[in-house]
Design a protein around this ligand. Structure first.
Ligand code: DMJ
Length: 934
């Protein structure tokens, strides 16, 4: 898509403005531009290069937005692999993720203010006209209240904010008469019925046409919502009230926030992930800063900035103090239990927490922001993108990456706060990776698996709302944006709301809750503005000096070695409690410890051993608590290792013109034939076999010889198909599902099993594609005839050279690429090897949980009763490299103890009854947590 008139790219001349102001909003807002402060450190980036990168971002936006408008609009989102619109009801359901889609041209609305930030004013004008002409907010469709608020209401309000700004300038939008605001108001009224609960917390979903109550609504029976879902409304709702004068919206959003505040866990000052909207009971009591809670904290601080109401800042500070005390273990941010905050609830982190360093910048607490951001960047360098979840030792936990913008957001804010050009280099890497791995001919596709580089047919609207804004602004100088960005605050979806709203229509009565706030000691306010010492240390190398010790934190991490343990116990000379990962059922000392903790072993008939905890039988309440944690660790270890046992998917990468490796399909492996994880990849042109089911001798051997044969699933065993195509001379095979419409987006991948006989005779690689992925290849054959693919365990990097590889590859080429591929994936293979079931006895954990009334149970198989060679191996080989981190932890724990004398987790005595009650809730919450999607 070409940039239409009116758009100004980087480097064009616009009237010079005043230099950056120091502070964007009210007194506590610490978002500062320090670009002029920087004098040394990482090499500064020239204006030319920044402009070049800015223009690259513009071109990428055009590619994403242009393809959406051309191939998907008026649908909600673009499906970039099949190059069409995603219309709810017409595609297989993806569960909760689809609740963002309300048949209201979501991507267009979410993109409105991005167009203005990127100086595409003419396109903005066109887009607003399309929204007014085409969008219907009255569809009979059940949508998420949270997503509709942040993306659609926020999108309309952001569009309105910039439309009136442009109108005032006198050139564009002269015809505009608050039409977007009227739509926003209409939508606001549509969302209000969701708040019809005694608590004031909104229902999680609403039917746009029928609301909640009517039978046709098909919603309104839910009992739970996430904290972020109920606590991320105030910016949009208050803006709507203040723009329109209708106070009801701000009142409802405030009421929900007040309720959440009342329900915080009073001793830890933390909130859980999920809450019952009727009773206010916490349903999930784990607490972090990522999925399910993230933007609740964000909105408390930003509500203070936008509305100038001190109570929001006080609440935020109270929560922030708790976060820094319990959740922050720099550079990690690890979930804990709200009522046992020294107890980690997980051994992994989710990608959504990547926004937190950006929020810390706004708060003015730069040091931990730099540390966490650096850790995240190293994870990205390892996997090209931030996987949806990764473990504390930085292995992939959930492998998808839906092009989330949070890390770019934090990078932008950190650059503004420090002026360190390092963050420009980080942004450059993000741009390169997006182009190299996510760009497809029809937009940008989410990563299905960051390890293989395979794609998902999905481009979420937040990619346009947020990613391009933050990347563009990162490289922009003040004159590259046609308005002053510092006059606005970013919502969680990066929509822009003007700060002047703070003094407009303030007719909402504020609840006086100040007396309820926790007394905070002075140290808490060291983190808040104004603290120019921390924000603007005189040393320009400040950020670099904080990053330096963390340089190799990801590569040299000691597997599972950096989770907080009970430091107090160590220092008092007590033995550290038994960790689940160290447990050996053959070690009498361990069995003795188990007994003390109230954990008994039951030998099951099938040879497995079941662990059951009766807290009441523990020697003391502290032992009971240790037992509780041991059981929880055992369950988590078990589920994590079950996950690791699943064979990682393989990749089918289309390498011929016009794909050039940009489309990567997720494929299932086979239990027979060439193992692509151990051997080189196979590259070749594809040809359909005859008969297509491959169940008898092929009648077209000349067509498949030297090629990768396509065969349809069904009618005979996979191994039989493999033999038939191998006999016909094929060098590989792709089985395509015969179940029309199936897709790896909606169905779990599986391995193709052998036929029960010896399959050693099958030497070619075989992969499985669901029907949707298979049809991408079949469509490509129809269109381009010659289609060449690469079968591998990880997609090959798409460097520009691949575009020159239009000639059919010779065997030599293939060998060379193989070497390259093996080299590029060796790190990954090692990692997988380390975790392979053969090497880790705990990998074969058959989890069996029996949350009987007061019992906690987990089962292990006999093979698990030995020591864990993987753990031993990993710990031994990395021992030396863990020293730094261990020291850091030691130092951190000492600091924690100094600054927090009230916390003495090891000594806290909790009555057995309350431990049992907590445990039952924990175990349910834990099971739900594992099931939950981000
Ligand atoms: C966005 O829709 C918003 O930032 C939300 O708060 C959570 N994250 C997604 C994008 O990852």
């Amino acid at each position: 898509m070409s940039e239409a008139g009116g758009g100004r790219g980087f480097g064009s001349s616009v009237p010079q403005r005043a230099p950056w102001s120091l502070v964007a909003a009210t007194a506590a807002l610490c978002l500062v531009s320090a670009t002029s402060v920087w004098t040394a450190g990482a090499s500064p980036m020239s204006r030319e290069e920044k402009q070049k990168l800015g223009n690259q971002v513009l071109e990428m936006f055009d590619h994403a937005y242009g393809n959406y408008m051309e191939h998907a609009y008026p649908a909600d989102e673009l499906m970039p692999l099949t190059c069409r619109g995603r219309v709810r009801g017409q595609e297989p359901s993806r569960g909760d993720v689809d609740d963002a889609l309300g048949k209201f041209s979501l991507t267009l609305i979410d993109s409105l203010d991005t167009l203005v930030v990127l100086n595409k004013t003419k396109e903005f004008e066109d887009a607003v006209r399309k929204v007014l002409r085409d969008v219907n907010l009255d569809n009979d469709v059940v949508v998420s209240v949270f997503e509709t608020n942040i993306r659609v209401l926020g999108g309309l309000l952001g569009g309105h904010s910039l439309a009136i700004m442009l109108k005032e300038k006198g050139e564009y939008m002269q015809w505009y008469n608050d039409e977007l605001l009227q739509m926003a108001k209409q939508l606001g009224y549509k969302l209000l019925p969701a708040f019809n609960t005694t608590s004031g917390l909104p229902y999680p979903r609403i039917n746009l046409k029928f609301g909640i109550r009517k039978p046709e609504a098909r919603t309104g029976t839910e009992t739970d919502t996430c904290t972020a879902c109920a606590g991320t409304l105030i910016l949009e709702f208050a803006a709507l009230s203040r723009f329109t004068g209708a106070t009801i919206f701000e009142e409802y959003a405030r009421k929900a926030l007040d309720f959440l505040w009342e329900k915080r866990q009073r001793s830890s000052n933390l909130v859980g992930v999920t809450i019952n909207i009727h009773t206010g009971d916490w349903v999930r009591k784990d607490s972090g800063v990522g999925a399910g809670i993230d933007s609740y904290y964000e909105y408390l601080l930003k509500a203070y900035v936008l509305l100038g109401d001190d109570s929001f800042l006080e609440r935020f500070n109270t929560h922030y103090d708790a976060i820094m005390r319990y959740i922050s273990q720099p550079p990690l941010l690890l979930d804990v239990h709200i009522h046992k905050p020294m107890l980690n609830a997980r051994t992994w982190m989710d990608a959504l927490l990547a926004f937190f360093p950006g929020l810390q910048v706004l708060k003015g607490d730069i040091r931990p922001a730099i540390e966490t951001h650096e850790m995240l960047y190293q994870v990205i360098k390892k996997h090209n993108f931030l996987p949806e979840a990764f473990t504390t030792d930085f292995r992939v936990h959930w492998a998808q990456h839906p092009l989330r913008p949070e890390f770019a957001e934090s990078t932008y804010f950190l650059y503004k706060a420090t002026g360190d050009p390092y963050y420009l280099e980080v942004g450059k890497t993000l741009i390169e990776n997006l182009n190299k791995y996510a760009r497809v001919p029809c937009g940008f596709a989410a990563m299905k698996d960051v390890r293989t580089g395979s794609h998902e047919d999905r481009m979420d609207s937040f990619f346009l709302a947020e990613m391009f804004k933050y990347l563009y602004l990162l490289f922009a100088d003040k004159e590259d944006v046609i308005f002053d960005i510092e006059d606005y605050i970013f919502t969680t979806e990066a929509h822009l709301l003007p700060l002047w709203l703070s003094t407009t229509n303030q007719r909402i009565s504020k609840k006086n809750t100040t007396s309820e706030y926790t007394e905070l000691d002075d140290s808490n306010f060291d983190w808040t503005c104004p603290n120019t010492q921390i924000l603007f240390p005189n040393d320009p190398l400040y950020a670099q000096s904080i990053r330096e010790p963390l340089k190799n934190v990801v590569d040299k991490s000691c597997p599972r070695g950096i989770i907080r343990v009970r430091e107090e116990s160590f220092r008092s000379g007590a033995k550290p409690p038994l960790r689940a990962r160290d447990f050996m059922a053959t070690n009498p000392e361990h069995l003795e410890i188990l007994k003390k903790m109230g954990v008994s072993l039951i030998h099951l008939k099938d040879g497995r051993v079941q662990l059951v905890q009766h807290a009441i039988q523990a020697a003391s309440s502290i032992d009971a608590e240790d037992g509780l944690r041991f059981m929880q660790e055992m369950i988590e270890l078990s589920s994590q290792q079950q996950k690791e046992q699943q064979l990682p998917p393989r990749a089918v990468q289309i390498v011929s013109h016009p794909f050039f490796g940009r489309v990567v399909l997720t494929a299932g492996p086979a239990q027979f034939g060439l193992d692509l994880s151990k051997h080189k990849e196979t590259r070749g042109f594809v040809a359909s076999s005859k008969p297509y089911n491959g169940c008898s001798e092929l009648t077209n051997p000349e067509a498949v010889t030297g090629k990768i044969a396509l065969i349809q699933r069904g009618q005979c065993m996979f191994a039989e198909k493999a033999r038939n195509i191998q006999n016909a001379g094929a060098i590989g095979g792709i089985v395509i599902d015969d179940n029309e419409g199936s897709s790896s987006d909606t169905a779990p991948l599986f391995q193709m099993a052998g036929d029960g006989k010896d399959t050693d005779d099958i030497t070619i690689p075989m992969l499985f594609l669901f029907s949707k992925e298979g049809s991408i290849i079949l469509d490509a054959i129809r269109e381009y005839e010659e289609v060449e693919v690469l079968l591998s365990d990880k997609a090959k990097d798409r460097d520009p050279e691949m575009e020159n590889e239009e000639q059919p590859s010779s065997e030599n080429d293939s060998q060379n690429q193989s070497a390259e591929q093996i080299a590029s994936s060796s790190q990954e293979v090692d990692l997988v090897d380390q975790e392979s079931p053969e090497e880790s006895s705990l990998n074969s954990h058959p989890e069996s949980l029996s949350p009987a009334d007061t019992d906690n149970a987990a089962s292990i198989s006999p093979s698990e009763q030995n020591s864990n060679p993987t753990e031993n191996h990993e710990t031994t080989s990395l021992d030396g490299e863990c020293t730094d981190l261990d020291n850091q932890l030691q130092e951190q724990s000492e600091t924690e103890e100094d600054s927090n004398p009230n916390v003495s987790w090891g000594k806290k005595v909790q009555p057995i009854d309350s431990i049992l009650a907590d445990w039952n809730e924990d175990i349910e919450a834990f099971e739900m947590m594992e099931k939950d999607e981000l």
